[in-house]
Design a protein around this ligand. Sequence first.
Ligand code: NAD
Ligand code: UGA
Length: 475
Amino acid sequence: MTKEIKNICCIGAGYVGGPTMAVIAEKCPQYVVTVVDINAERISAWNDADLSKLPVYEPGLADIIAKQRGKNLFFSTDVDGAIEKAEMVFMSVNTPTKTYGEGKGMAADLKFIEKSARQIARVSTSDKIVIEKSTLPVRTAQAIKTILNAEKKEGVNFEILSNPEFLAEGTAIEDLRNADRMLIGGDIHTKSGKEAVDALVGVYSNWLPKERLLTTNVWSSELSKLTANAFLAQRVSSINAISALCEKTGANVEEVGRAIGADSRIGPKFLNASVGFGGSCFQKDILNLVYLCNYFGLPEVAEYWHQVIKLNDYQKKRFSHNIISTLFNTVSDKKISLLGWAFKKDTNDTRESAAIYIASDLIENQANVCVYDPKVSKEQILKDLAYLHELDNVKYAHLTEKTINDRVEIVSDPYLACSESHALAIMTEWDEFTTYDWNKIYNSVYKPAFVFDGRNIVDKEELENIGFDVFSVGR
Ligand code: NAD
Ligand code: UGA
């Protein structure tokens, strides 16, 4: 098995592949890092001279791309060429929830991983360390190994490692430069397995202290990734559950969060009540965990984790129901302005964003929805709504092309978005929302002037003094 690493290939130039490889290239000038993708449009955006056109928005990312691209960081559609040249191949392709067949709506769809594994086996004429960077069900490495060994050329050896990614969007660059831990799962009981683990430890040792490089067996590594996301999402659902009780009892969820977070065993992070969590992974990974538990005959464990998703769905519904009931039980033909569409601030990612579901509920109730987001494109917003209909044309029967065209407006000026609205709803915690001239907004909206703050970011008292009726989460 090869030990000296010169060329690294990453299959998948998405939210993980792009930033992760950018930081490896930044921290390890001795390696040539090539990120490949079958999506030519995405690769061409990564290569765009105009850095505002990069396909992923992350604070700090454009600076690294400007420094490393063309030096030791390359973006290409030549997947075969990059695999063949590399000693180390990261698989960072998407693993969405299955939308068809067995496991539909629950299991992870591994077709992109399988295709990548077959391609690696077909193309490789030299030994490679193959690394699972994508989030995968526990024991997927076994399937990858079987595929690689069945299709490989004679004399070529593969070693498979699990190296899940823990970055959070919006803070990806800082999370990568200063990771709490880097998890590497491998078979250290064989000589070549140990060499492969050491090689990957060697890569990360270029900038991370040794004590943060955790090595485990492959199955523990795969399962730790799903478990970490499940625990994080569970915290959000737990505080959101308490937010509902706060609203009934006069307790304030922020005060409750501060009080429990001061206990060092609980800690203060991830206790912000919200309109509901979004993002491409929390829901997908928990559904996958639920599927696995059921598969292994553990229905009670499956149901325990499923509640985290159910509570999140309840929180989103509760939010849209509150808008409708507060607006005298009807939003029909009223203009409701959504501030923010991304699933959290400082990213242009909208996957599973709560805003999509709130908009859908409002449109179903015949509202006219006007959206402003500082980083998300008009095309993406329309695509997100159309996708729900594509996914389930019974549940989302109301999201026809015509209804979306008639009822959804997307603007690039927040004041224009708010003007002549019957209600404003804050969907994403973008910092700029707190700096707006709320007097000016107040003067441009219908009265009573309602603000539904799904992120608890605006100063409730200040807005109430202006004249707004402010509804926040759990306060
Ligand atoms: P993404 O959809 O942004 O990117 C995946 C890319 O892989 C796409 O551009 C797609 O075209 C490409 N791809 C698919 N099949 C391919 C193939 N056969 N050859 C070449 N390219 C191919 O997804 P992402 O958000 O980067 O997530 C990737 C994985 O990382 C997922 O398993 C996810 O669960 C995990 N993850 C994501 C995050 C996150 O913050 N987004 C964080 C940690 C882990
Ligand atoms: C999450 C994890 O934090 C990462 O460790 C993991 O690598 C990643 O998923 C993944 O596997 O994809 P991400 O989804 O990018 O990262 O962002 P988070 O900061 O975790 O936020 C997720 C959602 O929870 C967002 O919608 C956020 O607004 C919401 N949230 C978070 C709350 O509502 N309240 C909180 O207190 C924290």
